[in-house]
Design a protein around this ligand. Structure first.
Ligand code: CAA
Length: 257
């Protein structure tokens, strides 16, 4: 991998992907996005991995898609490159992905964080969709995921002015899970990852799918979907183990089966 660093076992059941283009503020060129896609595919198939952390490190998460790479592209170039198939693949990852964000998460960087399931931010995090300032607009979900996360008023302001918001504003708006000191970003993200990694991987997958389905369905459709996934957990050994452990007053040992 040229533009990311991968540790499939940062610790038991937890994998780490770190963006690694520091001089370009982790700008997301096509190769980097393909590397993330291919890595997530592998980690999703790896039974030893239950949670993935995606970070840019302590200085910057990502300053957006690589402007230099796309500056001269025509609409047909963009269509033919079909870069968003990469993003669609990231969205399909069934295991939970936690974004650990410090510094700028702008444009495609903000969209990448929002494509993850949860966001832990350091106090230096800045979020924004500044594409409008370079004569374009968000193309990787910014107008959709941001609006669902923070509501129309703030999303419209961010998308139409390109202004950045602080970690505190992002927290108040419901975009992120919490703010932590920058030097504790990975430790605090790991704490959350560990909480998830000790649950049943089967139930985690089905629950993640059901929560995401809430954005694509009516309430009634979503409730039916949820119920089916709930029933499905009763086909797992993990459900039997989880409930037996509760009755026997011991910790469950989930196997993901
Ligand atoms: N693409 C390519 N290169 C980038 C970049 C980007 N998105 N963001 C930063 N860089 C490069 C800079 O060109 C610079 O490189 P050089 O040293 O070779 O000149 C280097 O990273 C450091 O950047 P700055 O000197 O600009 O750093 P700064 O601290 O002064 O400013 C910043 C930081 C405010 C993030 C500024 O770099 C900036 O505004 N970046 C662009 C942000 C942006 O518009 N993102 C949206 C991109 S479009 C998109 O993402 C589309 C989509 O929806 C998929």
């Amino acid at each position: 991998m040229e533009f990311i660093k991968v540790n499939p076992q940062l610790e038991k059941h937890i994998a780490l992907i770190e963006l690694n283009r520091p001089k370009e503020l982790n700008a997301l060129n096509r190769q980097l996005m393909l590397e993330i896609r291919d890595t997530l595919r592998k980690l999703d198939e790896d039974d030893n991995v239950r949670v993935v952390i995606l970070t840019g490190g302590q200085k910057v998460f990502a300053a957006g898609a690589d402007i230099k790479q796309m500056a001269d592209a025509t609409a047909i170039d963009m269509l033919n490159i079909d870069q968003f198939s990469t993003w669609d693949q990231i969205k399909k990852t069934r295991k939970p992905i936690i974004a650990a964000v410090s510094g700028f998460a702008l444009g495609g960087g903000c969209e990448l964080a929002m494509t993850c399931d949860m966001i832990i931010a350091s106090e230096t995090a800045r979020f924004g969709q500044p594409e409008i300032k370079i004569g374009t607009m968000p193309g990787a979900g910014g107008t959709q995921r941001l609006t669902r996360a923070v509501g129309k008023a703030m999303a419209m302001e961010l998308v139409l002015t390109g202004k950045f918001i602080s970690a505190q504003e992002a927290l108040d708006a419901g975009l992120i899970n919490r703010i932590v000191p920058v030097e504790l970003l990975l430790d605090e993200t790991l704490k959350l990852a560990r909480e998830i990694a000790k649950q049943s991987p089967v139930a985690i997958k089905l629950a993640k799918e059901a929560v995401n389905n809430a954005f694509n369905s009516t309430l009634d459709e979503g409730l039916v979907f949820e119920r089916k996934n709930f029933y499905l957990t009763f086909a797992s050994q993990d459900q039997k183990e989880g409930m037996a452990a509760f009755v026997e007053k011991r910790n469950p040992d989930f196997k993901g089966k």
